[in-house]
Design a protein around this ligand. Structure first.
Ligand code: ADP
Ligand code: MG
Length: 240
């Protein structure tokens, strides 16, 4: 579904992503871990072209999306992205937040988008918040709304950048539960997280990034039980 070949990204002299190769098949759940500043967010942002790579290619569903002339917005619609900070529109209700993009882009009629919003709110048990504003929600509720807002676009892939890092500890679980539900439903997912329990339980593959490179990748069992790279061993000794 996604082929990343010799990907590099620099900001001036700062070579953030040095050479990344990755192949993501449909339904895979790739979890990316690594120290702060290792390029994880930049990599995710390159995947949906929020950043233009300096070098290399990304192919998505057979189309080279890093080629000149590609309609970036069209690609982004097919890849949902959820950030650490929820980025909900404060002046819109929860339901309006969910309906906005599909209606504005004319992918759905208002009635269709509303029916879909109601379905998605039921999925996360937040029907009663439909007409609330984001400021009236807890952090965990906001993040669950941000996730279903992405789902309203029927994405083929979901990218998550530390979706639970800004949450109070007691709200982490409800967001991870929703992500597990998506995973079980077969969604293709790329998740940057520090939640090692989630990685162990949900990932089909765990990737360790360090200094702009993928230093190691493996199935969760071997990744956590038999890390090879000394930097990964050191990293795991600090986070586990
Ligand atoms: P991580 O998510 O692993 O913590 P990031 O991808 O956010 O790492 O950042 C890696 C490096 O890239 C950092 O040194 C950061 O300062 C730099 N960086 C990220 N985005 C930008 C940007 N838009 N402009 C300049 N430097 C950036
Ligand atoms: Mg980051």
């Amino acid at each position: 579904m996604i082929y990343v070949k010799d990907l590099a990204k620099s900001f001036g002299d700062n070579h953030v992503i040095k050479n990344i190769n990755m192949h993501i098949t449909p339904g895979e759940k790739v979890v990316i871990v690594g120290p702060s500043g290792s390029g994880k967010s930049t990599f995710l942002r390159c995947l949906n072209l929020l950043e233009q790579p300096t070098d290399g290619t990304i192919t998505f569903d057979g189309q080279e999306i890093t080629a000149p002339g590609v309609d970036v917005n069209k690609i982004r619609r097919r890849m949902g992205m959820v950030f650490q900070h929820f980025n909900l529109f404060a002046n819109l209700t929860v339901k309006e937040n969910i309906m906005l993009a599909p209606v504005q882009l004319k992918l759905k009629t208002k009635a269709e988008a509303e029916a879909e919003a109601v379905r998605l709110l039921k999925l996360v048990n937040l029907e009663e918040k439909a007409d609330s504003y984001p400021s009236q929600l807890s952090g965990g509720q906001k993040q669950r709304i941000a996730i279903v807002r992405s789902l309203a676009m029927d994405p083929e892939v979901m990218l998550f950048d530390e979706p639970t890092s800004a949450l109070d500890p007691e709200m982490v679980g409800e967001v991870l539960e929703l992500m597990k539900k998506l995973a079980d439903d077969g969604m293709t997912m790329v998740v940057v997280t520090h939640e090692m329990g989630f990685a162990r339980e949900v990932a089909t593959r765990v990737v360790f990034m360090d200094g702009g490179y993928i230093k190691e990748e493996n199935n969760p069992k071997d990744f956590f039980e038999h890390p090879q790279d000394p930097r990964l061993q050191d990293f795991l000794s600090k986070v586990l």
